[in-house]
Design a protein around this ligand. Structure first.
Ligand SMILES: [Zn+2]
Length: 691
C-alpha cells in the first residue's frame, strides 16, 4: 500500500473579521515577470517595501500576487513601470474584502446552525464536531492528537461507516496555514459529506465513503487559526515564539531546510530550527505513523491558486508513481471543471506554482509510507483499421494520418492534399493545404523530421483539425486569413522504422555505407550546414549527410517550398522535445540580425500564452542561447532563403524526463497548449505590425 499525496489549493480571496491589524487601502496586485530582471525585482520586494505575498515569485511567466501598503504603492508602481514590468490591480482595498467575510457562531446541538456560507471560529468547529459525533456514535470518533504551543487541542475525526469494506485509510489535512480559512471549511464539508453518505442519493459518494477508513484533521494549526481571527487576518504560521512562528508546512522531515524556506524567524516561510521542532507537526507525524501501515491517500488542502500539487516539492523531476497520480488528478480536474468550469493546474510544486519547497507534510508522508518501484512508462501503439476518423488519444500512424487527409480532401471543399515527393524507401511525403478564406499569404507547418518523434506529427494534425473545423471566431479568422500548408511527416521511413523496430531511431533510412544507415534530416538543410551540433561520422545519430540536401526527403521539401516562395509568410517547424521555441539563426549568441528582436518578443508572449493552460514552460531564443546550438535546421534555411516574417522551431514537450516516450495522456494537452500559442503568435505579430 502506498500513500498518494495530493494538495488541493483553492482559489478564494482571503478574508477577515479581525480586530487588531487592519489592511485598509492595502492593494492586491498581480504581476507577470517576463524577464529575469522582473523576477529579481519581485524577489527583493520585501527588502524595499511593506509587501505580503499571496502568491510567491517562482518562474518566468508565473503570476505573482502580493499586497502593498498604501504608503508604498506609488513608489512601487513607479519602480515597476521603470522596469517595464506590467502590473494589474486585482483588489484596490483588501480590507473591504476581508470585511465582507462573515464569521458565524454555532449554536450547540442545533446542527443546522453550522453551514458553509460562513466561516467559524475554532471553538465552534470543535463543538459542531462533538455534536456530530454524538449523533453518529457508531461511525464517528473524535479525539485529540496532541496539544499546541498555546495548549489548544488538535482534534482528529475518524469515520468508519457501518458495513464499510474499508481495507485502507485516507488522511485529510486542513488548516496547516492559519489564514487559509477555506481549508478547514472544506474539510468540515467533506466530513459532513462522508458521514451522511449512507443517506445520499449519489452512488459514487456512497461507494467511496464505504471504501476507506477516514481520518480528518480539519485544523492542524489551531493557534494560528485563532490568531488570524483575532489579531492578524494574514497570519500564516503557528504561534510558537510569538511573532516568529514557524511555517508548519516547511517543518516536516522531508528535505528539511533545503529549498524554498527561510531561516529568518520573521519570514513567512521560516522552517523552524529543525524538522518536527513544532508540537503541531510532530503530533501530526505521530498520528500519521500510527496509521502508516494501510495508508492509501494523504490529502492536504490549502488556498489559493487552483492547483493540484503532487510530490515531490523539492525537485523538478517526476518520480515514483507521478504518472499514476497525474492520471488521478486529471480525472479530478475534469470533474471539478464540469461543475462550475473551475480550472485547476496539476503537477509538482515546481510545475504548478513555479518554485520548489521542502519540509512539506505530504512529501514527508509519501516518502515515509510507500516507495513504489519506479514504473517505466509503457504504452502500446494501437493499430487502427482504416478509418475516416482520427484520434489524439494515442500516437498516430502514417496510415491514420494519410487516410484522414484523403477523407478530408474528399469531404471538405477547403482542404486539398499535396505531395512534395517520395522518401528514400518510396513513401509519399504528403500534406494538406487549407484555404478557408481568401488569404493568399501562406503559413507552413512542418513536423516529423526525426523517426522517434511521434509527437510532432500528431500535434500538427491536431492543429489542422482546429483550423479546418473550429468555429471559434479567432481560430476562424486565423484559418481564413492565411493559406495553411501542413506537412506532418518529412521522414516517413524513419517514423515507420521507429514504430516497427527501433523505438529510438531518429534518422532517415538511406544506407550511407555498407554498415551504416541514415542521415539526421534536422541537420541536413543548407543553413550553416555542419557547423555546429552535427557529426560527419556516418554511424552517428546526428550525422549531417555528405552535403546539404544530400537526402531525397530534404530535397523534395525544399523544391516544394520554392513553388510557394512568393506567398510564404510564416514557417513553423515542430519537433519533440525540449520545450523551446528556437528562432533563427541557431549559431547566433549575440547581436542577432534581421527581425530577431520582434520575433523573440512575439515568441516570448506566445510562450506565455502557451503556459496559461497547463503551465508548460518554454524557453525562447536562438539555439545557441537556449538549446544545443545545432545548425542546418529547416527553419533557419527558410528564414535565410525566403526571409519569411516568422520562422521558428518548436521543441515540444517535455524537457527530457520522458523524452520521446511522452505518455499518451499528454498528447491532447500538448496539442491544446501548442495551438493556443500558435494563435498568440499571429495575434502578437499583428499587434506589433509584422503580419
Ligand atoms: Zn497553505
Amino acid at each position: 500500500m502506498h500513500a498518494n499525496t495530493i494538495y488541493f489549493i483553492f482559489f478564494t480571496f482571503l478574508i477577515n473579521f479581525c480586530c487588531c491589524i487592519k489592511y485598509n487601502n492595502y492593494t492586491l496586485y498581480r504581476g507577470i515577470p517576463v524577464e529575469a530582471s522582473h523576477l529579481k525585482f519581485f524577489e527583493n520586494l520585501t527588502s524595499m517595501f511593506n509587501v505580503n505575498f499571496w502568491r510567491h515569485p517562482g518562474l518566468l511567466y508565473k503570476p505573482v500576487d502580493f499586497i502593498i501598503s498604501p504608503d508604498d504603492k506609488d513608489l512601487f508602481v513607479n519602480r515597476a513601470n521603470n522596469l517595464g514590468l506590467y502590473v494589474t490591480t486585482i483588489m484596490e482595498d483588501v480590507q473591504q474584502a476581508f470585511d465582507m467575510q462573515t464569521v458565524k457562531t454555532y449554536i450547540r446541538r442545533e446542527m443546522d446552525s453550522f453551514d458553509w456560507n460562513n466561516f467559524f471560529r475554532l471553538g465552534d468547529i470543535y463543538e459542531w464536531l462533538n455534536d456530530l459525533a454524538q449523533v453518529y456514535p457508531q461511525e464517528m470518533e473524535l479525539h485529540s492528537i496532541g496539544k499546541t504551543h498555546e495548549n489548544r487541542d488538535i482534534m482528529a475525526v475518524k469515520i468508519l461507516l457501518r458495513g464499510s469494506r474499508a481495507r485502507s485509510k485516507v488522511i485529510v489535512e486542513g488548516g496547516i496555514h492559519a489564514r487559509e480559512w477555506i481549508s478547514p471549511a472544506f474539510v468540515t464539508y467533506l466530513i459532513s459529506q462522508i458521514i451522511h453518505a449512507p443517506v445520499s442519493p449519489d452512488p459514487n459518494l456512497k461507494m467511496i465513503a464505504n471504501t476507506y477508513e477516514w481520518h480528518f484533521v480539519p485544523v492542524l494549526n489551531p493557534d494560528g487559526y485563532e490568531y488570524s481571527h483575532t489579531e492578524d487576518r494574514l497570519w500564516r504560521k503557528n504561534r510558537h515564539g510569538g511573532q516568529a512562528g514557524v511555517d508548519l508546512n516547511r517543518n516536516f522531515g522531508h528535505s528539511f531546510g533545503t529549498v524554498g524556506v527561510s531561516w529568518r524567524k520573521n519570514a513567512q516561510t521560516y522552517c523552524g530550527p529543525f524538522a518536527f521542532s513544532e508540537k503541531e507537526s510532530s503530533a501530526m507525524a505521530k498520528f500519521v505513523r500510527s496509521h502508516g501501515q494501510s495508508l492509501e491517500y494523504y490529502l492536504a488542502f490549502h488556498s489559493y491558486g487552483q492547483y493540484m500539487i503532487v510530490p515531490y516539492a523539492d525537485r523538478k523531476d517526476h518520480v515514483d508513481n507521478y504518472d499514476e497520480l497525474m492520471k488521478m488528478c486529471l480525472q479530478a480536474k475534469k470533474r471539478i471543471a464540469a461543475k462550475y468550469n473551475t480550472q485547476y493546474t496539476i503537477g509538482t510544486a515546481y510545475d504548478t506554482v513555479g518554485y520548489m519547497t521542502s519540509g512539506v507534510s505530504g512529501c514527508w508522508v509519501k516518502q515515509e509510507f510507500r516507495v513504489p518501484a519506479f514504473d517505466a512508462q509503457l504504452y502500446s501503439r494501437k493499430k487502427r483499421s482504416t478509418s475516416n476518423e482520427i484520434y489524439w488519444t494515442n500516437y498516430q500512424t502514417i496510415e491514420d494520418i494519410y487516410n484522414w487527409f484523403n477523407h478530408l480532401a474528399s469531404t471538405q471543399s477547403s482542404v486539398s492534399t499535396f505531395t512534395v515527393g517520395r522518401s528514400h524507401e518510396g513513401r509519399n511525403i504528403t500534406g494538406i493545404k487549407i484555404t478557408r478564406g481568401s488569404g493568399t499569404r501562406a503559413f507552413f507547418l512542418q513536423a516529423g523530421e526525426l523517426g522517434a518523434d511521434w509527437l510532432s506529427p500528431t500535434i500538427v494534425t491536431y492543429i489542422a483539425n482546429q483550423l479546418i473545423h473550429s468555429n471559434d471566431p479567432e481560430i476562424k479568422a486565423a484559418a481564413e486569413d492565411f493559406t495553411w500548408y501542413i506537412l506532418p511527416l518529412v521522414n516517413p521511413d524513419g517514423f515507420q522504422f521507429s514504430q516497427d523496430y527501433v523505438r529510438t531511431w531518429v534518422k532517415n533510412r538511406r544506407p550511407t555505407s555498407s554498415s551504416t544507415i541514415g542521415v539526421n534530416l534536422s541537420r541536413n538543410w543548407n543553413a550553416h550546414w555542419g557547423i555546429n551540433g552535427a557529426s560527419f561520422s556516418m554511424a552517428a545519430n546526428n550525422y549531417a549527410g555528405h552535403g546539404p540536401f544530400s537526402e531525397a526527403e530534404t530535397r523534395a521539401v525544399s523544391e516544394f517550398m520554392d513553388t510557394i516562395r512568393s506567398s510564404l509568410t510564416g514557417f513553423l517547424s515542430f519537433r519533440s522535445f525540449g520545450q523551446r521555441l528556437l528562432v533563427p539563426y541557431a549559431q547566433y549568441s549575440v547581436n542577432p540580425s534581421g527581425n530577431y528582436n520582434s520575433v523573440v518578443t512575439i515568441g516570448r508572449r506566445a510562450m506565455g500564452s502557451l503556459a496559461v493552460r497547463y503551465n508548460t514552460q518554454y524557453l525562447v531564443g536562438t539555439s545557441t542561447m537556449v538549446h544545443d546550438g545545432a545548425t542546418g535546421a529547416i527553419a533557419d534555411w527558410v528564414k535565410f532563403r525566403y526571409n519569411a516574417t516568422i520562422a521558428a522551431t518548436y521543441l515540444l514537450r517535455d524537457t527530457g524526463f520522458h523524452g520521446y516516450a511522452l505518455p499518451v495522456t499528454q498528447i491532447i494537452p500538448s496539442g491544446e497548449e501548442t495551438f493556443d500559442s500558435l494563435l498568440a503568435i499571429i495575434r502578437e505579430a499583428r499587434f506589433i505590425n509584422v503580419l
